[in-house]
Design a protein around this ligand. Structure first.
Ligand code: AMP
Length: 381
């Protein structure tokens, strides 16, 4: 029988999961829990409970109304979810979420399972930090263990004179230190595991960040065959040991000598998988639904190379906006229905798809042209 799916978070990821669910007869209804009234998922037809992501009563209510719960953010309340797990199916499992949402536990877990990560240490005070720097050398990254995204919980310490500033910035937070990796490329693999334990990985993609925010994804990534195979193997192994069901975004660093280290795992659909909406038969959003509903996983190969470019709110204004954009056959604009633009806020993305086999260089030329044609301007009232 078709199921009611509850999603914690109704932003753009919840919106695209909702849209994918509308094409699956296995899902009868979507309910999202999100603090923003009329959130992106609600705009495309999901019912909404308006409440904070961590609101225990609201999460309970969502579980009572749903057959199965998933999430589009990793900062959900894993303790509350753990209590509800006995009567509502939750995927990925609260235990998997608990490990992933704490960067220290996540790195310890990966290391214990022989999956390579940058050298890391838990720190609790300034003396420990100084000791670690003396042993590891500089630069290092001071990271908050929880609730960090888009690089907001990271401070790169280049010299000992920055230690006080770094600690002040994260006062009251639990912290860890990571050795700074001189990577050549940042890549990611979107991987899915269904409730029956079947695993599928999408081809490795290359990610370019600006100010710590993902800006461009190149699918497939321009990496050697060896890196490609190795990254996909690491992603598969990660899925095996994590036991979770659903789609996961696995971010990795590739060093100059082709060593691959996992930077971070997201227990959810991921921005670097948005290209799959056009490049693959099965989008990451449909794949996530297939995985958590125990369906067969869909084909995850890339049919047409694609560049995904995030549309971020301009730094010059905050408020309602218009999008000016010149239509082209192989360019797919997806706006997230957010009422207001804010500086650096993700408000949409573009997929430029190589439908005519013109090659990656041509896609990049098209991207450059688009960047100058795409304008986000304040709405005149
Ligand atoms: P995070 O939020 O921890 O994924 O970090 C955001 C970005 O910071 C990453 O995409 C990298 O560009 C950079 N970063 C994180 N950890 C490291 C590291 N150990 N060495 C070098 N760069 C890093």
């Amino acid at each position: 029988m078709a199921k009611v799916l509850g999603i914690i978070g109704g932003g753009q990821l919840g919106m695209m999961i909702t849209e994918a669910a509308q094409n699956l007869e296995e899902v009868s209804k979507i309910i999202v829990l999100d603090p923003t009234e009329n959130c992106p998922a609600a705009k495309v037809g999901a019912e909404q409970i308006v409440a904070d992501f961590k609101d225990e009563d609201a999460i309970k209510k969502l579980s009572e109304l749903s057959d199965i719960i998933t999430y589009e953010i990793e900062s959900g309340n894993s303790d509350v979810l753990k209590k509800l797990e006995t009567h509502t199916e939750i995927n990925p499992s609260p235990d998997t979420l608990r490990i992933i949402q704490d960067k220290l536990l996540q790195k310890q877990f990966l290391k214990e399972n022989d999956i390579a990560v940058a050298e890391f240490v838990k720190i609790e005070n300034k003396n420990e930090l100084i000791d670690v720097i003396d042993k590891m050398g500089l630069p290092v990254l001071l990271k908050t263990r929880r609730d960090a995204y888009d690089g907001r919980g990271n401070y790169k310490i280049n010299s000992k004179s920055e230690i006080d500033d770094a600690l002040d910035l994260f006062a009251g937070k639990t912290l860890m230190i990571e050795k700074f990796v001189k990577f050549e490329k940042e890549v990611s693999v979107i991987a899915a595991r269904n409730t029956k334990g079947k695993i599928a990985t999408y081809p490795v993609v290359e990610n370019i960040h600006e100010n710590n925010i993902l800006r461009t994804t190149i699918a497939p990534g321009r990496v050697s065959e060896k890196v490609k195979k190795q990254a996909e193997k690491i992603a598969e192994k990660t899925m095996e040991v994590l036991h979770g069901a659903g789609v996961f975004g696995i971010e990795m660093f590739v060093t100059a000598d082709d060593e691959i280290l996992i930077n971070e795992i997201a227990p959810r659909v991921h921005n670097s998988g948005h290209h799959t909406l056009q490049s693959c038969d099965t989008s990451q959003f449909e794949q996530h639904l297939r995985a958590i509903l125990g369906m067969e996983l869909g084909n995850s190969s890339i049919k047409s190379p694609t560049i995904m470019y995030n549309i971020l709110g301009p730094k010059t204004f905050k408020g309602e906006y218009n999008v000016l954009f010149k239509k082209q056959d192989n360019v797919y604009l997806k706006m997230y229905g957010k009422l207001e633009s804010k500086p650096q806020r993700k408000i949409g993305h573009i997929n430029i798809v190589d439908i005519e086999n013109r090659g990656m260089d041509e896609l990049f030329n098209q991207l450059e042209e688009l960047k100058s044609n795409l304008v986000i301007e304040p709405k005149q009232t």
